[in-house]
Design a protein around this ligand. Structure first.
Ligand SMILES: Cc1cc2nc3c(=O)[nH]c(=O)nc-3n(C[C@H](O)[C@H](O)[C@H](O)COP(=O)(O)O)c2cc1C
Length: 178
């Protein structure tokens, strides 16, 4: 089946699911790279909204995350949501790094390429394609609640844990047909 036989394109404003559920309670896969070399990891948190008049998704990464390296190289990526039955496979992709493992070959999900050439999976029920627009490094001094200041100070003791807020324009939204 072709990608368009599996998925139907909708506008970002027609996404039925609740955003606080999608980025707060659920987790999702962030996939970057092209067919020959792509990598997925589990993401959670972040947010969706409008930035500079564009529908935008925001994800959070520590600075040396392998998937982030591929996002920076390719400038595009997907966020994919799945029915509950695939949670185990999703978590597998969050359990080790593609930098030093063959997890993309081992995972029991079927890769699929979008018409734009981005990668996701046939089992997904919602795919958001993003084009990288901004990577911001939050500074401890920019935080005002004690809780967030404490969290960041602790995390920043380890230079590998410096955070990146990654913003991508939502360029396409796909939902599973029927
Ligand atoms: C439930 C869950 C949520 C996660 N959320 C994030 C996240 O938002 N950002 C992040 O950088 N890592 C997150 N991780 C960790 C990455 O998915 C994990 O380190 C992964 O192995 C990284 O893969 P990579 O090294 O191939 O990029 C999460 C892991 C789990 C299990």
């Amino acid at each position: 089946m072709t990608f368009e036989q599996l998925f139907k394109q909708i506008s970002p404003e027609d996404i039925d699911d609740n955003v606080f559920k999608l980025v707060g309670k659920d987790f999702y896969l962030i996939t970057a790279g092209k067919k020959e070399n792509y990598n997925s990891m589990v993401g959670s948190g972040g947010g969706w909204g409008t930035l500079f008049k564009k529908p935008t998704a925001m994800c959070l990464f520590p600075i040396h995350r392998y998937t982030l390296e591929i996002i920076q190289k390719e400038k595009t990526y997907t966020l994919s949501y799945f029915p509950n039955e695939y949670k185990e496979q999703m978590l597998f992709l969050g359990s080790k790094s593609g930098r030093d493992s063959d997890k993309m070959k081992e995972v029991k999900l079927s890769a699929v390429q979008t018409p734009c050439g981005n990668m996701s999976f046939k089992e997904a029920n919602l795919i958001i394609e993003c084009s990288l627009t901004q990577i911001t490094t939050p500074a401890v001094d920019d935080f005002y609640s004690q809780e967030s200041k404490d969290y960041l100070k602790e995390a920043y003791k380890d230079p590998n844990e410096h955070r990146k807020y990654v913003f991508g324009e939502i360029t396409a939204v796909w939902v599973k047909r029927g």
